[in-house]
Design a protein around this ligand. Sequence first.
Ligand SMILES: [Zn+2]
Length: 373
Amino acid sequence: MHIAYKFRIYPNPEQQILITKTLGACRFIWNQMLSDKIAHYESTKEMLYNTPARYKEAFSFLNEVDSLALANRQLHLERAFKSFFSKQTSFPNFQARKKDYGYTTNIVNGNIKVLDGFIKLPKLGLVKLKKHRHIPEDYKLRSVTVSKSKTGKYYISILLDYETVISPCEVKTTIGLDFDMTNFYVDSEGNRYAYPESILLDQQKLRRLQSSLSRRYQPNKKQKDQSKNYFKQQHKVAILHERITNKRLDFLHKLSDSIAKTSDSVSIETLDLKQMATSNKHYAKQISRFGWYKFITLLEYKLNRLGKTLVKIDKWYPSSKMCSRCGHLKTELKLSERIYSCEHCRQNMDRDYNAAVNIRNKGLELLKVENLA
Ligand SMILES: [Zn+2]
């Protein structure tokens, strides 16, 4: 199994320059190799296997940066190009400076070491590190990704390998979750889990800032005086965006942690985002705004770590249209109908609660566990 830990780092000015240079070199090598690959493909219809070494003589600045970072970018490009090759879609994209997200380096002969308050990285040397969580001694370091956020903060993400024996957990408690547009989800006990108000308010504020920014005249860099406010506003948007991302991830981590600890099995409905994006835009937007997919990924990973299962229910399963009490199936249920009232057994139940119970029951059926309260 592997796990990634993210820490903030505080490179000194020289190290900051080298990080920027490395990011630039990675982008450069990607773009150079890609354009050569495309040219080769267009004349021969074959794939060109080129390596960064080929470019180092002509572009000597490539020698100044971590060669493993360049090698990783090459592997990444190769994968992207191969997928273009097999699927015959469009070529991989050229990389732009504003999308510099980070570079990855690997451990070779002790070139990377996590020390007390520092991390030793290739070419950079010792970089100050804020280690807010402990890394167990038996975890093996595999690679490190160095990144710079849009607001100018630096981070590392450390990928670690660890060995573990997980014994399957006996299923005693189970729960079904149904995505809810206004809250976050409704569970099969009838509880509504509300999304944190502060994140929703921040998101509203971000939308306001973004739309006011897009309405503004976009200055070019020569018009320094006029553009001051524009770039100030742009920076504000980036800071808020980062804050929302962090807060949301923190919330999703805590919530998935607590569900994984208290339930032995969780059932959830898979939603078809692509189809929804055309049929119900508002719904699809809310799913991505809430980070529902990230939540499912975290939840599954945390359950598996404890020997537990996340049961994914097929999107065609009629969780909303079926009565959770008698199994009667409605032919139609409008989105506006918030109460499920069964023509057959006369049960009236909150629509999402009813769906969550169905999801739980279907999950149990799939797990072949019976007689659970
Ligand atoms: Zn019924």
